[in-house]
Design a protein around this ligand. Structure first.
Ligand SMILES: Nc1ncnc2c1ncn2[C@@H]1O[C@H](COP(=O)(O)OP(=O)(O)OP(=O)(O)O)[C@@H](O)[C@H]1O
Length: 221
């Protein structure tokens, strides 16, 4: 992305954001509440248009090909968005039908099992918050995206599930070459999982905390 700007009415949230990601990389995005992390992810996910600037993925400009590009992007928004009254299986099969890529029921189940989501026949309302987040993540992987955008995927979940999700993301990046951009307020997780980190917003709190831990942080505007 080059020179991406976003303004909500008079409020400028992204001033001139430029960065590049490579295959197989996990990049963290940190910043205080309201810094613009979700805005940036929504723009990258084609869910929102920037006010100005250029975005490219796989050599294609968003402006020219956003429908095709949407097919190779996985996006997990901050809020859990699954059907609570249906089982994990029913959710996976429902979202598979909406996906660009056809997946057999076995493949759908495998996606869940790979991140230790084993309650295939359980209704979602009976799952813990961590399991629901895993289901959201499994759904985002149905179309086998090359770019995965995760907005606080581990918020409010226990350390075990966090660790499982972290190691699953590492596998996705390192074995399958996916690019992963993800936001979190948990600096331990960012330190353990990310190859490098972008910081957004003016507050130096997160960058200085991460630099103390030897993490490479670049500032976005
Ligand atoms: N649809 C909208 N209309 C107007 N202002 C908005 C809209 N969406 C976000 N904003 C504002 O833009 C700023 C950035 O919001 P954003 O949600 O991108 O921040 P964030 O870094 O993701 O915050 P958090 O860590 O709390 O999730 C905030 O001041 C927010 O109030």
């Amino acid at each position: 992305m080059i020179g991406v700007q976003k303004r909500y009415r008079r409020k400028s949230v992204l001033k001139y954001v430029s960065f590049q990601m490579n295959e197989g990389e996990i990049v963290g995005l940190v910043g205080e509440n309201g810094a613009g992390k979700s805005t940036l992810l929504q723009i990258l996910a084609t869910a929102m248009e920037p006010t100005a600037g250029e975005l490219r993925l796989n050599g294609k400009r968003y402006e020219d090909d956003f429908k095709q590009l949407r097919q190779i992007i996985g996006y997990v928004p901050q809020d859990i968005s699954v059907w609570e009254e249906y089982t994990v299986e029913e959710n996976m099969r429902f979202f598979e039908k909406l996906s660009w890529k056809r997946r057999s029921p076995e493949e759908c189940r495998k996606l869940c099992l790979e991140m230790q989501l084993t309650q295939w026949k359980e209704p979602v309302h009976s799952l813990s918050g961590g399991m629901k987040r895993k289901l959201n993540l499994a759904i985002s992987l149905l179309n086998d995206p090359i770019l995965l955008l995760l907005d606080e995927p581990t918020v409010g979940i226990d350390l075990k599930s966090k660790t499982e999700i972290g190691s699953y993301l590492l596998d996705l990046a390192k074995k399958e070459g996916k690019m992963i951009l993800y936001t979190s307020h948990d600096m331990d997780e960012i330190t353990n999982v990310c190859d490098r980190v972008y910081s957004i917003g003016e507050d130096p709190f997160y960058p200085s905390l991460l630099k103390e831990r030897g993490v490479h942080v670049e500032q976005l505007t």
